[in-house]
Ligand binder design. Sequence first.
Ligand SMILES: *Cc1c(COP(=O)(O)O)cnc(C)c1O
Length: 372
Amino acid sequence: MELCDLAPAYVRAIAPYPPGKPIGELAREMGLNPAEIVKLASNENPLGPSPLALEAVQRCLPELARYPDGAGFELKTALAAHHGVTVNQIVLGNGSNDVLEFAARAFLGPGTSAVFSQHAFAVYPLAAQAVGARAIEVPARDFGNDPVALLEAIEDDTRVVFLANPNNPTGTLLAPQALLHFIEQVPREVLVVLDEAYYEYLPAEVAPPSTTWLARFPNLMLTRTFSKAYGLAGLRVGYALCHPDVADMLNRVRQPFNVSTVAQAAAQAALGDSEHLTRSITINRVGMAQITTGLTRLGLAWIPSYGNFLSFCIGNATAMYQRLLRRGVIVRPIANYGLPEYLRVSIGLERENERFLTALASALEEQRKETA
Ligand SMILES: *Cc1c(COP(=O)(O)O)cnc(C)c1O
């Protein structure tokens, strides 16, 4: 179609983000009972949202005829107290995906470039390409961010470096000292977007004191989300913490009402439910041990992960993904992340992890028979 041919070349070149398969879709395709499908594909919290968040949702339903608070005053005030920053250092997003795009829209464009690692979160190249910036992908080291290589890749026109810590889908983590050393060396005219979507899962001894670095580095932007440990992926709330001047730029490219009333209220309530958060983290730790032990028992190699997911090596991942789907288990192929021999599994509840391991054992057995 001629109209589409006239879209900018950098838009036409975008390969869309492939999301995890929804339960309803698999149920329709395979004639399975949705209740029996286990979805471990999108790093969602298997415990679900905090009950306090659900109550908050109920409470704001009668107000839905009104627009949300575009300034997000109450949620930002709660976040400011939680993180020891000021309200003008916070930018709310429709998921942290939204604020990653603000960074691209505010600081990138044709004639600029963004640097990120091989196997990094797929949204970074998408956000850069959507605004016509060049995406510079740097080879990974041990599946994770290589700070030296990232620094070397920064060019004169580079305005943003994206770094996920822990990284998704590999789960790798840079130690706090290495990360600080990296940020110190990035030129001040390059924005460091430190994506901390899985921060809450980090044990204290490896969790970087990143919020305390904001005062030292005006070019540092942290992103956090309510989608993972806080269990609110469906509501879409995330945020950036940064210098007030950077926040001002991000807010200029933000839709005025990008975070719904329901999402703001639920996020604020979730932030106050530290008990639910602690339970979520514990379930993840126990489930991670269950899955790593199970995979090792099946003779499979996996990449040690600091997130709520694990990537493991399976050889023909496409075929194994299909075998698991036929058994009602949805995991995530990560060939689009440059890992065609790997699958990523999110850590679920004990019974879900068990279902996954059982299905995997049976799928491996089936594969062995077919290739024998
Ligand atoms: C899940 C994820 C996000 C964003 O999730 P939102 O739901 O948009 O907050 C950001 N970065 C990484 C690395 C992720 O895995």
